[in-house]
Design a protein around this ligand. Structure first.
Ligand code: TPP
Ligand code: SF4
Ligand code: SF4
Length: 330
């Protein structure tokens, strides 16, 4: 659907890519005007993609929420009056393999936007770790290095030692960062590596079929805790970011989420702040994104976000845990 000039009013341009859409429905949930619906026909993925309702364009406020929340960048909004664009960034490439409604795609889009806007694409190096983010290198058009499970921060440090001019970041799941890689993670904080850690905490092992992770909640049913997590067999959830923030070498630590448009916009600011902190303070920055794993949690994408707010936030409280030296920009 394309913006036109009608009786002096400039309508926005709103485009839904029916081929990319995985039918998760988070745009329907995010639209304040209630003008997005499922199409009547199925696409090649076997899902009904989303579209504007017939008179939708004239009611559209061009807020951009639908484009911001789409984890697959299948929606584009151009506010032609204010010259604002919402949608896929120039560095984002290809369709992503993530399940419908997976928050990991949203974080990739934010990373691409921040790297592009900071003008650091020539020096940015991502370290993709094992877990569902293993293919991160396919989606952002910069240099990447693959690390073995849990070893992302050590690989990042190796790159930084040889090339201090590079801006290295990791993308790690909770099993990777808090399970098999917990030692590497703490040593990165102890050394004060100038790495930006993007920590996707979905409280489960997503890639391998929804097993219990170190961060799974008490009582959480997973494929390896069928009666729910209990202290005797599994111990308590590990709360990583506060613990990392206690280390002198960690100068910025924050916990956030991408479950709705305001939190996505806030998360982008935090990721940007982490890269600025990396340049200024040359020590560890941690951005934990409490993330939904609809497949692992056996919930549809919209319910997964509700579960995240109701159950994960009480344990993994969003907010700035350690301000960078000089404070956060207001
Ligand atoms: C050394 C090693 N041990 C185990 C595995 C199997 N494995 C692959 S991904 C994964 C869990 C990933 O979970 P997480 O880091 O939370 O990421 P998610 O998939 O949830 O994003 C495991 C155990 C592996 N690839 N390598
Ligand atoms: S831009 Fe805002 S109002 Fe328009 S369709 Fe998207 S979410 Fe709805
Ligand atoms: S298993 Fe979970 S974390 Fe992995 S792609 Fe699917 S929804 Fe995302």
């Amino acid at each position: 659907m394309t913006g036109t000039v009608t009786e002096g009013a400039v309508l926005p341009r709103v485009e839904f890519d029916a081929q990319i859409c995985k039918g998760c429905g988070v745009c329907i949930e995010a639209c304040p005007e209630d003008i997005i619906e499922y199409a009547g026909t199925f696409n090649h993925r076997g899902v009904r993609p989303t579209q504007l309702v017939p008179d939708g364009l004239v009611r559209c406020s061009a807020c951009g929420n639908c484009a911001v929340v789409c984890p697959d960048s299948a929606v584009t909004v151009d506010n032609l009056r204010k010259h604002l664009h919402y949608g896929k960034n120039a560095l984002r490439i290809g369709d992503m393999h993530y399940c419908p409604g997976c928050d990991e795609g949203t974080v990739h889009e934010l990373l691409a936007e921040v790297i592009d806007e900071l003008g650091i694409k020539e020096v940015a190096v991502g370290v993709a770790s094992v877990g569902c983010t293993v293919f991160a290198y396919r989606y952002i058009d910069i240099d990447w290095q693959q690390a073995a499970h849990g070893r992302a921060t050590s690989v990042a440090w190796g790159i930084e030692c040889q090339h201090p001019e590079l801006r290295v970041f990791t993308v790690q799941g909770d099993g990777d960062l808090a399970g098999i890689g917990i030692g590497e993670t703490f040593h990165a904080a102890a050394r004060g590596d100038p790495t930006v850690i993007i920590f996707l905490n979905n409280a489960i092992y997503g890639m391998t079929g929804g097993q219990l992770a170190p961060t799974s909640l008490m009582g959480q049913v997973t494929s390896t805790s069928l009666a729910g997590r209990n202290v005797k067999d599994h111990g308590y959830p590990i709360v990583m970011t506060e613990a990392l923030a206690l280390q002198e070498g960690c100068s910025f630590a924050v916990r956030t989420s991408v479950h709705d448009a305001p939190s996505i916009r806030k998360t982008k600011k935090y990721i940007r702040q982490a890269f600025l902190n990396q340049a200024k303070n040359k020590s560890l920055s941690v951005v934990e994104v409490v993330s939904a794993c609809p497949s692992g949690w056996r919930l549809d994408p919209v319910d997964a976000h509700k579960y995240l707010v109701e159950h994960l936030f009480p344990v993994y409280k969003p907010g700035v845990i350690k301000e960078p030296p000089g404070g956060m920009p207001r």
